[in-house]
Design a protein around this ligand. Structure first.
Ligand SMILES: C[S@@+](CC[C@H](N)C(=O)[O-])C[C@H]1O[C@@H](n2cnc3c(N)ncnc32)[C@H](O)[C@@H]1O
Length: 301
């Protein structure tokens, strides 16, 4: 399954008919941002979330207010069959949010459709087995609990003196992890989910968290098996952009190597008490590499 994003309308006209120069767009965005206008206003994300929750049908539209006040409109094309650019005929499946940092100049959020091949199941390829998924996460969890990075993180967490008790652990873009017939599962992503679970328990047991700490994740790349394993493990999967909207002062947010601009969105919409996210090696900005989990930057507010 892959995603498709169409050209939107801008104030009712084909967006491509309007084109600022690059330098004009950059100068305007810098000026507006410095003047305090966020790139990802919370109310705009809420509005997109509310529109996506409705039962949408072909012919409806989803509207996003852009940085300069103009209104972008994405037509809902569920059920469309694409012949152009898609040699095997694809059909629009579900609606979803597509984050497009500035590629529509003043509109930082775009709306895309999931696509599936005509005649194929929405999730092609061999499905993983729930029990092997649970076992994989459990084995990873036990390994992680005895690891040095977890000891270091616990020690840093223990040294904190926070004004607000943590009520939610939120993992963004932690990735699909369950094994399938074709793949033995992603240890890297499983470790990130194990980290969320150990942090939830640790916060509950020490006085940093509320009595019951909720655990949420957002990643549109989860398979059905991932979702089932997460549900059984007491981790709630949220649909994009719900994970961002859950963030508040009483949150711990974790994200490592996302391919959306998590840091920029968080900066605009929330002040979580604890942020754990990766740094990017800077030696070669053209080919940035994400550092390993053990050397993540840990920031505390
Ligand atoms: C490079 S992978 C990193 C996965 C994992 N965190 C790791 O370190 O290996 C980027 C992840 O971002 C996820 N992603 C893409 N769009 C997203 C969105 N809108 N919200 C949350 N996650 C998203 C992808 O599905 C993918 O799992």
């Amino acid at each position: 399954m892959h995603a498709w994003i169409d050209r939107p309308l801008r104030d009712g006209k084909d967006a491509d008919e309007w084109e600022p120069t690059e330098s004009e767009a950059i100068a305007n965005i810098d000026r507006w941002y410095q003047a305090g206008r966020p790139l990802f206003p919370r109310d705009s994300l809420q509005d997109v979330r509310d529109q996506l929750r409705k039962s949408l049908k072909k012919g409806d539209s989803i509207y996003v207010k852009a940085f300069d006040g103009s209104m972008y409109e994405w037509p809902v094309k569920t059920g469309d069959i694409k012949t152009l650019w898609e040699p095997d005929d694809d059909t629009g499946e579900e609606k979803r949010v597509e984050w497009m940092l500035l590629s529509q100049a003043y509109c930082s959020v775009g709306i895309g459709h999931w696509m599936t091949r005509v005649g194929q199941e929405p999730e092609p390829g061999p499905l993983g087995d729930l029990n092997s998924g649970l076992e994989f996460l459990d084995t990873t969890l036990r390994g992680w609990e005895g690891s040095e990075p977890w000891r270091d993180i616990k020690s840093t967490l223990s040294s904190l003196n926070l004004d607000t008790k943590i009520a939610k652990v939120i993992g963004m873009a932690c990735g699909s992890f369950t094994p399938t017939l074709e793949c033995c599962g992603s240890t890297r992503s499983a470790v990130q989910h194990a980290l969320l679970l150990t942090m939830k328990t640790f916060l509950q047991e020490c006085n940093l968290g509320t009595g019951e700490v909720a655990c949420y994740v957002q990643d549109p790349g989860y398979s059905k098996t991932d979702r089932l394993v997460l549900e059984k493990s007491d981790i709630k999967v949220l649909e994009d952009p719900e994970g961002f909207l859950e963030m508040d002062d009483a949150s711990l947010v974790f994200s490592c190597g996302p391919n959306i601009c998590v840091k920029e969105i968080v900066a605009d919409i929330a002040r979580p008490s604890i942020l754990i996210w990766c740094t990017v090696k800077e030696e070669d900005p053209e080919h940035a590499l994400y550092v390993s989990l053990a050397s993540m930057t840990v920031l505390f507010g």
